[in-house]
Ligand binder design. Structure first.
Ligand code: ADP
Ligand code: MG
Length: 487
């Protein structure tokens, strides 16, 4: 589909938001919204969606950064001077006013004459399919009808931008589906820009021109619904956007990848030995006869979901979820095939688990003590930092291979490790650093955890055991798995 060239309407440039309590909710966020677009901010609860919407609407001020509308900074304009209207999560209708007065409220404030007011109210009531409801009191309306009145009240001001914050979340499933279609239709008819917020991935994918996937105050990916679904930029997006099989593996040849104990042809090309995660959608795994698959396994469960079956197959190295139209019995032996273009490869983010520190002192006969922001490492062999180095003068100096003194004091060092080389423990003394489980993803035969320390550093750890969000854990890594580099 060809994207129409559209002008930029709203621009957020390096927006930072720190609330009065000192918590930084958004560190550095940039986003462009084009004229007439239907943009959805999608992410789990608490990731900052409402905060962004409130800044655009004028109910919160960014701590720093620019907020532009048609190229002009609007960050100090009050809400009523912005050509922007908001439909809040709670509809915030006036319960003591009837439908007409609720919708006409803003028009009265603007001092429009009675006749114009009536015309405008009638027009938007038609638009939301509630013609003739003028005299009804709010309390006699269903949730869906109240939602429509809230939308009518916002669009009656003819804003350039309509902000909708989880506006459909309070509706039941059937009503929500209906309102999704109606909102899309309204967007088409009005031709204005919609910025919609939801934590529901299906809602985001069905409604939007552009989806902005967020986590923890950061944008993870911006793209069309198809982009986001088919080409997730990272594991967070892959996991959040829908059921996925995520395998840990590595490249073993030209467009050849190994995971689950098998080599697969794929369509992405990365250097041999690159560590990767392979994302495979459950509907892209084919179940075949035992002996005829790239993977072999046993059916653990098979559940009918109304339109398709969800089958879980255990191979000797992984658990694989498959969606298809066939039913299987627990214990059936089956083969599994995955076509090259169904394997989406995400190379390891090489910047994860890298921490900067300083060489602090020599521990005579033992090694370096290195101080990092969150932790201190002791007894680090000199040769891990300076190959061939040895201690001299009873630990008072360090010499290189040629016997020259090394000036190491205060030198910068980066330590790094792979997620699979780290181990979690509930004993705070067991590891070198502690933190709380912040989020996790189920992978082929383990979980991948994000652990956040008190100073808000993140650590990524693969672990086969199930921990819960919020668990306090310590992280340890065997010395030989720590990688050091001088800065
Ligand atoms: P979302 O809409 O994605 O669920 P919010 O934008 O409401 O997320 O909140 C993001 C984070 O900011 C949350 O951790 C929330 O507790 C915090 N937060 C929101 N409003 C305030 C406020 N007025 N003061 C302090 N923290 C806030
Ligand atoms: Mg919210």
């Amino acid at each position: 589909m060809e994207e129409k060239a559209r002008d930029t309407l709203i621009e957020l440039k390096h927006i930072k938001k720190v609330f009065e309590d000192g918590v930084t909710v958004i560190e550095d966020l940039s986003l462009e919204v084009k004229k007439g677009e239907f943009v959805t901010l999608l992410g789990p609860s608490g990731c900052g969606k409402t905060t962004i919407l409130r800044m655009i609407g004028g109910f919160e001020k960014p701590t720093s950064g620019e907020l532009l509308l048609n190229g002009k900074d609007i960050s100090s304009l009050p809400p009523n001077e912005r050509p922007i209207n908001t439909v809040f999560q709670k509809y915030a209708l006036f319960p003591h006013l009837n439908v007409y007065d609720n919708i006409a409220f803003g028009l009265k404030l603007k001092g429009l004459d009675k006749k114009t007011q009536e015309e405008k109210v009638k027009k938007v009531l038609d638009m939301v399919d509630l013609a003739g409801f003028e005299k009804r009191s709010i309390s006699t309306l269903s949730g869906g009808q109240q939602q429509r009145i809230a939308i009518a009240r916002a669009i009656v001001n003819e804003p350039e931008v309509l902000l909708l914050d989880e506006s459909l979340s309070a509706l039941d499933y059937k009503m929500r589906k209906e309102m999704q279609l109606e909102l899309k239709e309204m967007h088409r008819k009005l031709g204005i820009t919609f910025i919609f917020v939801t934590h529901d991935q299906e809602e985001a994918l069905t409604m939007s021109d552009k989806v902005v996937v967020m986590s923890d105050g950061d944008i993870q990916q911006v793209g069309t619904p198809e982009d986001i679904y088919n080409e997730p930029a990272n594991l967070f997006v892959a996991d959040f956007i829908g059921a996925s099989n995520i395998f840990k593996g590595k490249m073993v040849g030209k467009k050849q990848v190994e995971f689950g104990g098998t080599v697969f042809e794929c369509v992405d090309d990365y250097d041999v030995d690159t560590l990767i995660d392979a994302v495979v959608r459950p509907e892209d795994v084919e179940i075949t006869e035992a002996g005829k698959g790239q993977l072999e396994g046993e059916v653990l469960t098979c559940d009918f979901k109304g339109i398709f079956y969800v089958t879980n197959v255990k191979t000797d190295r992984a658990e694989v979820e498959i969606h298809n139209l066939k039913s299987f019995r627990t214990g059936d032996r089956v083969g599994l095939n995955i076509a090259p273009d169904s394997i989406h490869i995400i190379p390891y983010d090489t910047s994860i688990n890298h921490y900067e520190g300083r060489l602090d002192r020599l521990l005579p006969g033992r090694g370096f003590m290195i101080v990092f922001e969150d932790f201190t490492l002791q007894d680090i062999p000199y040769s891990a930092i300076y190959p061939g180095a040895r201690e001299a003068d009873e630990g008072h100096e360090l010499l290189d291979e040629k016997g020259q003194e090394i000036s190491w004091q205060g030198a910068g060092v980066v330590v790094s490790f792979l997620p699979e080389d780290a181990v979690l423990s509930d004993d705070p003394e067991a590891g070198f650093v502690t933190g709380n489980i912040f989020n996790f993803i189920y992978m082929d035969d383990h979980y991948r955890y994000r652990v956040r320390s008190e100073s808000e550093e993140d650590y990524i750890v693969n672990d086969e055991y199930l921990w819960n969000h919020g668990d306090h854990v310590s992280i340890s890594v065997p010395m030989e798995k720590l990688h050091f580099e001088r800065k």
